[in-house]
Design a binder for this molecule. Structure first.
Ligand code: CP
Ligand code: NVA
Length: 306
C-alpha cells in the first residue's frame, strides 16, 4: 500500500458522513454472519499489530478476534517492547512496522505521537484510544444507538461526566452526524479547546453545561465514563469529590426521555460514576455496546485494509 492511498482511522471527523455510514452499514450487515460463524475470510494472511501502552479488555480482545474473523492474524505488543519515542524514534518505528505488518492499531497516551506514527507509516494506523480521543468506541456507540433507537439523527446524546477522550470523540462525531450532543461536566473538566472550536466552526449541535439534571431532561441517550481515565489514577480522590453530583442514578434519569437508553464505554466503576441499578436496569445497553466494538472495528479494519 502506498503512502498516498493508505487511510488511517484517527478521528471520526477525518471521514465524511457517507464514508462513516458505509462503515456502519458493513458492521450491521456482518454482525449476524459473525455471530453465526459464517463470515467469509476476506483478509487472509493480513496481520494487524496491536500496540498497547495502557491496559485493555474490550479493545484488545475485539481487535484480535476481528482479525481472526476476517481470516487474518493479530500481534500484541506493549510500549515496553517497542519503546516508541524512547528506544527508537516514532519515525523509525513507523517505517519498520510498515515493512512487517498490514496495519497498526495503537492505544497510547500522547495523541500527537500517534499522528506522527500515522504520518510515517505506509500501512493504516487505527487509534485504539489516546488521551485525546477514542473514535472506535464512539463508532460502536453510534451503532448501538441506531440498533435501539433506529437512527441517531435528531436524537439528544447526553454525556454526564468528564470532558475526556470520549467527550472529544462525541464532539468529533457531532461534526458529521446530525444529532445533539450535550456534555454535563464539572467546571474545569471541559473537553479539548481545539475540538470545541472545530465543532463550533462546523456548526455542530452541541452544548456544554455544568448542570447534569437540566442536561438529561428529555435525553434519548445517556452516556457514562469513568471519573478518572487511565493515567489519572493519582487524581482519583479529588475527582471523586468533584464529580460526585455527576453520578448516573435512577433519580438523575427520572426526567430523561421515556424510552432513553444508557451507555457506558466500560470499564465501569460501579457505585461511582454509575449505580448498579442503572447499569443492570432496563434502559442499560452496555453489553450490546461492548459487543459492537467487535462489529464496528471489524468494519473499520475491513475498509482500511481492503
Ligand atoms: N471501552 C474500552 O476501550 O475498553 P478497554 O479499555 O477494556 O479496551
Ligand atoms: N476515558 C477512559 C476510557 C476507557 C475506555 C480512559 O481513557 O481511561
Amino acid at each position: 500500500m502506498s503512502e498516498k492511498t493508505k487511510k488511517d482511522f484517527l478521528a471520526i471527523d477525518d471521514y465524511t458522513l457517507p464514508e462513516l455510514r458505509a462503515i456502519l452499514d458493513l458492521a450491521r450487515e456482518q454482525k449476524p454472519l459473525a455471530r453465526a460463524h459464517k463470515l467469509p475470510h476476506s483478509h487472509p494472511n493480513r496481520v494487524l499489530a496491536c500496540v498497547f501502552a495502557k491496559p485493555s479488555l474490550r479493545t484488545r480482545v475485539s481487535f484480535e478476534i476481528a482479525m481472526r474473523q476476517l481470516g487474518g492474524e493479530s500481534l500484541f505488543i506493549t510500549d515496553k517492547e517497542i519503546g516508541m519515542g524512547t528506544r527508537e524514534s516514532v519515525h523509525d518505528v513507523a517505517k519498520v512496522m510498515s515493512r512487517f505488518c498490514d496495519g497498526i492499531m495503537i492505544r497510547w497516551f500522547d495523541h500527537d505521537e500517534v499522528v506522527q506514527l500515522a504520518r510515517h507509516a505506509t500501512v493504516p494506523v487505527i487509534n485504539g484510544l489516546t488521551d485525546l480521543s477514542h473514535p472506535c468506541q464512539v463508532m460502536a456507540d453510534i451503532m448501538t444507538v441506531e440498533e435501539h433507537l433506529g437512527t441517531i439523527e435528531g436524537k439528544t446524546v447526553v454525556m454526564v461526566g468528564d470532558g475526556n477522550n470520549l467527550a472529544n470523540s462525541w464532539l468529533n462525531a457531532s461534526i458529521r452526524f446530525p444529532f445533539n450532543f450535550i456534555l454535563a461536566c464539572p467546571e474545569g473538566y471541559t473537553p479539548d479547546e481545539g475540538i470545541i472550536q472545530k465543532a463550533e466552526a462546523a456548526g455542530a449541535s452541541f452544548m456544554i453545561t455544568h448542570d447534569p439534571r437540566e442536561a438529561v431532561e428529555g435525553a434519548h441517550v445517556i452516556y457514562s465514563d469513568a471519573f478518572y481515565s487511565m493515567g489519572q489514577e493519582e487524581e482519583a480522590v479529588k475527582r471523586r469529590q468533584d464529580f460526585a453530583p455527576f453520578q448516573i442514578s435512577t433519580d438523575l434519569l427520572s426526567k430523561a426521555h421515556r424510552e432513553h437508553i444508557v451507555l457506558h464505554c466500560l470499564p465501569a466503576h460501579r457505585g461511582e460514576e454509575i449505580t448498579d441499578e442503572v447499569m443492570d436496569g432496563p434502559h442499560s445497553v452496555v453489553f450490546d455496546e461492548a459487543e459492537n466494538r467487535l462489529h464496528a472495528q471489524r468494519a473499520i479494519i475491513a475498509t482500511l485494509m481492503a
